[in-house]
Design a protein around this ligand. Structure first.
Ligand code: TXA
Ligand code: MG
Length: 324
């Protein structure tokens, strides 16, 4: 298959190009597109065959459900059985934006999207290209991150091309993403609600709007509610080692003196989130054996960053089909 790469202006998307991409979605094809978090691999979320292609192309485990992306609130009424009050409040405050909400689904949502669960994940991305693509396609777009399963999520079009060139119909190049790690996933079908995947929107921000959430961290939930959490994720080929302070790096350099070690340094959390997956990919390309990263405080946005770092630092042996 030939993958067309189309550059689109993210501030002012060219309508003719958006229409072309939307037509591919309507016809059952695959289009990778930017969102504010990471690039997504999109298909018509109501078309079983199209959604199946997403799983095949990514090599995604069959029990890891997808997020449906919408561009207007009214689309949600076809997809979910009820919109709890808490959802209304969160939608009002955070959509469009990096918050995915889990609802009870209607029959319209194909089982392949939710992997047979009776719930569906929905979000409205804060990116003009994404919103216009969904609008012109006229359907919710099912989209996981546009990487081969287990690899670091793509934060620019080049990353998508590295993983998926030749296996998707179109790749929209809309520049680098804003945030750099995936959306916060919150499950409102449980009481109290629980964050299944931390992201840019923090527990504290959510609690301000809807009150106390379940306090368990996802690492401690024994049977992961978000099936995607049980897999090794976001991982470069190099071994990722998290250190508490820079002194440990010296020790590591001694211990692994024969290895090529890349040390990643960041000024702040925003910069770290934006660059982490890109830096993982670059370190692999340059043939590093080990990536060393200094931990950040496991608080606020730091929770999301540490969650990704810990998953990336899981070794193949510890993660084989087990939560890590
Ligand atoms: O920022 C994002 O969310 C990006 C962009 C492209 O929107 N998408 C993304 O999708 O990260 P993906 O497929 O890589 O991650 C979706 C996560 C997985 O952890 C999955 O298990 C969880 O959402 N999920 C989806 N549907 C679910 C459901 N019904 N119940 C629980 N978890 C669900
Ligand atoms: Mg992903």
């Amino acid at each position: 298959m030939k993958t067309r790469i189309v550059k689109i202006n993210f501030k002012n998307p060219e309508i003719s190009k958006i229409k072309e991409a939307a037509n591919i979605i309507k016809m059952g094809g695959l289009v990778a597109f930017p969102t504010e978090t990471v690039y997504g691999l999109g298909a018509n979320g109501l078309d079983r065959k199209a959604v199946k292609k997403i799983f095949l192309v990514k090599g995604r485990p069959q029990d890891n459900p997808l997020i449906l992306h919408i561009s207007e609130i009214k689309q949600i009424y076809f997809l979910v059985n009820e919109i709890p009050n808490n959802a209304k409040k969160l939608i009002k405050r955070f959509w469009p934006g990096p918050l995915t909400i889990i609802f009870k689904k209607t029959k319209i949502v194909p089982d392949i999207v939710t992997c047979g669960l009776d719930t569906v994940a929905i979000r409205m991305p804060d990116n003009k290209i994404a919103l216009e693509l969904i609008e012109f396609a006229g359907v919710p777009i099912a989209a996981p991150s546009a990487n081969i399963s287990g690899r670091p999520s793509p934060t620019n079009a080049k990353h998508v091309a590295e993983d998926l060139m030749g296996s998707i119909d179109m790749l929209i190049d809309g520049g680098s993403v804003n945030i750099g790690i995936e959306s916060t996933v919150i499950d409102l079908t449980q009481n109290p609600p629980v964050i299944l995947r931390p992201g840019k929107i923090t527990q504290k921000q959510i609690e301000k709007i809807i009150g106390k959430l379940q306090d368990k961290k996802e690492e401690f939930i024994e049977t992961p509610k978000s099936p995607g959490m049980k897999y090794r994720h976001y991982s470069p080929d190099a071994k990722v080692i998290i250190v508490k302070d820079v002194k440990e790096i010296k020790k590591l350099r001694k211990r692994y003196s024969e290895k090529k070690i890349k040390q990643l340094n960041y000024i702040d959390k925003i910069e770290m989130a934006k660059n982490l997956f890109k830096d993982f990919r670059e370190a692999d390309k340059k043939g590093y054996d080990i990536i060393v990263v200094k931990e950040v405080e496991d608080k606020g946005f730091g929770c999301a960053i540490m969650n990704r770092l810990r998953k990336a630092s899981c070794t193949k042996e510890t993660s084989k089909n087990r939560p890590c």
